[in-house]
Write a protein that binds this ligand. Sequence first.
Ligand code: ZN
Length: 434
Amino acid sequence: MIWSSAEQLSRSEMERIQLDRLRATIERIYHQVPFYRARLDEAGIKPESVRHLQDLERIPFTLKTDLRDHYPFGLFAEPLSRIVRFHSSSGTTGKPVVVGYTRQDMENWTDCCARVAAAAGVTENDIAQISFGYGLFTGGFGMHAGIERLGASVLPISSGQSERQLMFMQDFGTTVLVATPSYILHLTEVMQAEGVKSEDLRLRVGLFGGEGHTPEMRQLIMERLSIIDTQNYGLTEICGPGVSYECLEHSGMHINEDHIYPEIIDPDTGAVLPEGSEGELVLTTLTKEGIPMIRYRTRDITRLNREPCRCGRTNVRMDLVRGRSDDMMVIRGVNVFPSQIESVLMTIPGIGPHYQMIVTTEQFMDKLEVQVELTDGERLERYAELEHLTQEIRQKIRTTLQIGVKVTLLNPQTIQRTAGKSKRVIDRRHDKNF
Ligand code: ZN
């Protein structure tokens, strides 16, 4: 189902709305956020000189560090009396990123999240179990509000406690699961351990977000659960979930363009790339009141596609995120994304989906070790078979990525599981051992 008429505007109508909203946003931030005013002044841009969408290219980027440097409320464009909700992203280093929503921001966010669920075919007849964390993380509350607005019955169970999650799934007849893809794969392992079969569940739709997943991971979820698997994308700095979402055509994620304007840039030079190129996604909010974001560098690598979609939506699609520009490892001069390694691993029977990459330096050379779990621990006993499997993985990674790696096979359940985003890459190149 198409939730909003904004998903079916003609290109010219959409661009007219985007330009009006962009100009209003620039006008507001210039007068209400000293940080942006200084940035615009430095670049010699006055709000009234923004006359076309392309004029955005002249405006400097906003980085995650800008949010941290103005912690907690320095980039807010509204007084706290108009803010009705805070969220924050978990910062692993330093201060977290803090965002604030006005009542209108909450309204828009809810509508964007309702579009996500509707595009996956969720209706008022569904029972939706939300296994995202609640609290300061945007995922739980955002999808909760959107799905509730759509009219489905929401079960706000939050993350963790997998046995309990399975009990509710069986007893309530949960039909929609909202989770990270790595958590759903973890749940399928718990199902196996608990003797729960996919036929025992009424699950039919998965709304996956919070982290990306490769086509191969999707295939594995389908094999284990036979559900409709859709991915959606969002980030705290923009609004949380609700930035973009897949429809049932599975041919990219439609961006809520009436609220968010996307650009693709070269991550090294910052130049806007021609239509259809792969590069870093940069987002500008068009309606956000609490904390508008101008040309926010997401670090996510993707591509835009403006061709009409078979689902009837006209809003631009972005490819599933291929990796992060700051996750991209440079191993002996070769660009390597964790998702590329994952794609290789997923094609090999007997291993995965849990893996980790460890980068170290040995005698001034980068070394990449890929640790992956066997699906059957007994194989660790069978030396010849193990050797064969190790060779196969090494060979396939070499063919695809042109780099040699060390492969270590591990017992099932060795790599730490998380309910949130999984840590795939451990870079020890800058650690000091002495
Ligand atoms: Zn579509």
